[in-house]
Each structure stands twice: as C-alpha cells, then as structure tokens.
Design a protein around this ligand. Structure first.
Ligand code: TYD
Ligand code: MG
Length: 450
C-alpha cells in the first residue's frame, strides 16, 4: 500500500518515512510529527523544462534595488530590497517585526510604488492603529487580512505590488493540505508558493516568522534555504535597542547590521551606535573595559563588564551575556596558565552592555582585562579601549581594520588604545590618542594596571 504520511522534525524539518523518537538531523527528542504527504513531489516533475543556455547568453545586469526609506534597514539588506527576492525576517514575538516591516512598507509606498501588506495575524483595524502610530499612511500601501495562501497569490496577481509583506508565514495555510497551519509542511509549502511567485512576478516578498523558545524559527528554520535573504531582529525584550542582522544574503554581506531603538512612534534608526553601548560609569568601575568590534564595515565600541566573585559552594559558575561562554572559558584558562591567576574558586559573570552580541575575536583582550580588573578590584582607565585577539599561548594577536577602530575610539573621546604590537606597523595614531602595542597578555596587564 502507498504510504500517505511522512514524519517531520518540528525543530529542523528533517523528514523520515517512519516515526522517530530522536531526530537524526538535529538530535532533538520528541519533536516528531506526522504530516500528510503534499503534492510537492508531483509538482516538481510537472514544472516546465528549461534547456541549458550558454552563460554568456544569459541576460542579467546588476540587480535593481529599492530603498525602504530606512537607512539601517537598507544596510542590513546589503543596499536595499532586490527586485523579485524573497526575504525571511525572524525574531521573538513582540520584538518589533510587524512595526519594522510596516515602516519599511510605508517607505516604499511613499516613494510611489505599490505595496501589499498581508496581515494574517491581526485585524485590519489593528494594523491601521499601528500604521497611524508610526506614521505609515499612504494610498499606495494596501492592506489585506488573509490566511489562505492561494487568496494571497490572487491578490498579488491583481494588485501587482513591488513589495509584499506576509505577517506571518506561520499563520498562512493551504486548505488542500491536511496538516494544521504553522506545521512544518504548511509553512514550507506556503513559503515556496510565495517564493516562486516572487521570482515570476518580480515582486519582492518579505516573510515574517516567529522564533520559538529553542531559538529556531518555528518551521521557518526550514525555510532558510528557500529564501534569498534571512534577517533576524534581535534585542533584549525589555531594552529599547534592536539589531537587525543578516544570517544569509544572496545579494550582499552578512556582516552588516542595522541598529534601531524602539520608541513611541516605532523603530528609529541609530546612526551613531557606539555611544549607546557605553553607559555612563559611576562607582569605582572595576571589571569594566571598552572593546571595539567591527560589525560589517562599522566599528562598534561596547563596554564589557565582568564580575569575579568567590564561589559560595561547589562548582564555579561562568555566566555570559552577549559573549560566547566557551570563549570566556578559554580566556580564563589562558589567564590561569600564562599569568598565574587562580580563578578556579571564582564565579565569573560577563556582560556586553546594551544587549549586543559580540563574536569577533578582537574583543578577547578586553574580556581578559575585564576579568583581571574585577578579580584584582583594580579599575581600568575610562579613556582606554582594548583591541586584540588572545591566543592560547597568551600572545596578543593583531586584528583587521585597526585604523578604523582607533579612529572611532578617537572620535568618541577615548585617549588610549591597547592593541597588538604587530598592529602598530603602518598605523598612524590620531593626535591626542596614545596607541600602545603589546605582544603578550602579561604586557597588556602591565600597561593597564601598572
Ligand atoms: P510588534 O511589531 O508587534 O512585534 P512583532 O511583530 O515582532 O511581534 O511590536 C510590538 C512591541 O513594540 C510592543 O511591545 C509595543 C512596541 N511598540 C512600541 O514601543 N512603539 C511603537 O510605535 C510600536 C508600533 C510598538
Ligand atoms: Mg507581529
């Protein structure tokens, strides 16, 4: 007999022909759901066959881009929205995805192009209220409340917009599929329908997807390969800052980030972000060090705060926010082995200010100095920025684009930078800024703490 079901992992979307307890794809337990087989296999075979063409005969110039009217958004996209592209935008519920996309929609609409905003989650009245709040009222912005993907496609065909926003992909469904809206196969089928429509009509399609607790976009994690660009809107829910980061981009760099602040009238751009991540310091400030991380082409100065305290009982804790915990563990081991610090009975907590996530090795030196500063209870000079990667041998390694980092530090009024000795070569320090080169972590401590 023909099998009529497939078994899908809810976390990663891996498929199996039999029920499984543990997913072979991502290793998660109890994520298996049974879903009816869709028409996807028969459809693929029925598609028109395109004969191979010499690559020289293929037409295609550089892609046309449309600005969203929001500089930081355009930046994260790699310079605006590419015609006919499909973009997935993920994030926690309530982080501001609908707000951002409504603002971008109105930006495009105000430039004279037609936009279709499909609100599958909220009523038109709610969307109108939000639009009033963020000032997104334009004749060219058409809204529809629709959950059937075929109806959405019909509307796209009749409206012929340059931009379509689907809010959210998890609430769309195809009635001919057995599974419930939000299930992996529904989400995948609806998305692939919209993506192929984007390719044929030339309309850019934004798909909004909620991220679940596990950190994967529910279902949409499985969409990442379907779309051209994947953006995530991140930030602390209770903080005001939001970072828009590209996880995948067929039309640009994935390093560029857009920085926003949630305000009364929606998300506003933050053009000079470094200031935000350096809070005003009070008290003696031991454990605080400012580091510089390149986010794409932009240097970002961020304050790190470490707290090193005696472990009350048992196993010492290592807790980080915004920095990889394993990176901290490595740097602590380097400090113990190369500088003779005994941190084995100390809890270590480490935060990056403002909810940013730093994953560049150039912040290593700052992390190490913050830990030493708190451990010894010796504050670091407030005018100092630490820039360098730390190797397992305790050596301070050079980092790229050090001139831009130093320039940013100077611009924000810092007076001293500690960098790797090798980075000094060819570096011209701006006047009023002292740049000190160090080769070893011990030498860095000597410079900073005397
Ligand atoms: P929303 O865009 O609905 O989030 P998502 O679509 O990602 O679920 O944003 C909701 C939050 O943003 C809500 O907590 C209220 C806040 N907000 C503002 O602070 N200012 C505003 O102008 C708007 C529209 C929302
Ligand atoms: Mg929303």
């Amino acid at each position: 007999m023909k099998r009529s079901s497939i078994y899908v992992c809810q976390t990663c979307g891996a498929e199996a022909s039999r029920w499984f307890g543990r997913c072979a794809g991502c290793g998660a337990w109890n994520t298996c759901v049974e879903e009816g087989v869709s028409t996807r296999r028969t459809k693929a075979g029925a598609q028109a066959r395109n004969p191979p063409t010499p690559i020289t005969a293929v037409s295609g110039s550089s892609e046309a881009r449309q600005s969203t009217g929001i500089g930081e958004f355009d930046r994260a996209l790699g310079g605006g929205i590419v015609e006919g592209s499909a973009i997935l935008i993920g994030g926690d519920p309530g982080i501001g995805k609908s707000t951002l996309l409504l603002q971008a929609s109105s930006g495009v609409a105000l430039s004279g192009s037609r936009v279709l905003y499909v609100s599958a989650e909220e009523s038109l009245g709610q969307t109108k209220m939000r639009a009033q709040r963020v000032g997104a009222l334009s004749e060219n912005l058409l809204v529809a409340s629709e959950t059937d993907v075929e109806a959405v496609c019909e509307q796209i065909a009749s409206v012929r917009p340059v931009l379509v926003v689907v809010d959210s992909i998890q609430t769309l469904y195809r009635p001919d599929l057995e599974s419930a809206p939000g299930s992996v196969s529904q989400v995948r089928e609806c998305a692939s329908r919209l993506v192929s429509l984007a390719k044929t009509t030339g309309a850019a399609v934004f798909l909004i997807g909620h991220v679940t607790k596990e950190g994967s976009v529910a279902g949409p994690r499985t969409l990442e390969h379907l779309v051209d660009t994947v953006l995530y809107l991140e930030g602390e829910r209770h903080g005001a800052f939001r970072i828009l980061r590209a996880a995948k981009n067929r039309f640009g760099s994935t390093n560029e980030i857009g920085i926003f602040e949630m305000q009364e009238k929606g998300l506003t751009e933050v053009r000079n972000p470094s200031r935000l991540f350096i809070p005003d310091r009070t008290g003696n400030g031991s454990g605080s060090v400012v580091v510089c991380s390149m986010e794409g082409t932009r240097p970002l100065l961020v304050e790190l705060q470490a707290l090193v305290a005696r472990t009350a009982f048992g196993y010492p804790q290592r807790v980080t926010t915004g920095i990889d915990g394993r990176r901290l563990a490595i740097l602590v081991a380097v400090l113990e082995k190369r500088s003779g610090l005994d941190l084995s009975a100390q809890d270590i907590f480490l935060n990056a200010a403002g909810g940013v996530r730093l994953d560049e090795p150039a912040v290593d030196l700052g992390v190490a100095l913050a830990v030493v500063s708190s451990f010894r209870d010796r504050p670091v000079d407030r005018g100092l920025v630490a820039i360098g990667e730390v190797g397992l041998g305790g050596e301070v390694r050079p980092v790229g684009q050090v001139d831009r980092r130093v320039a940013e530090a100077h611009q924000l009024g810092f007076t001293r930078c500690v960098v790797a000795k090798e980075n000094l070569r060819g570096l011209k320090a701006p006047s009023g800024l002292e740049v000190v080169g160090v080769a070893q972590i011990d030498a860095a401590q000597e410079v900073v703490f005397g």
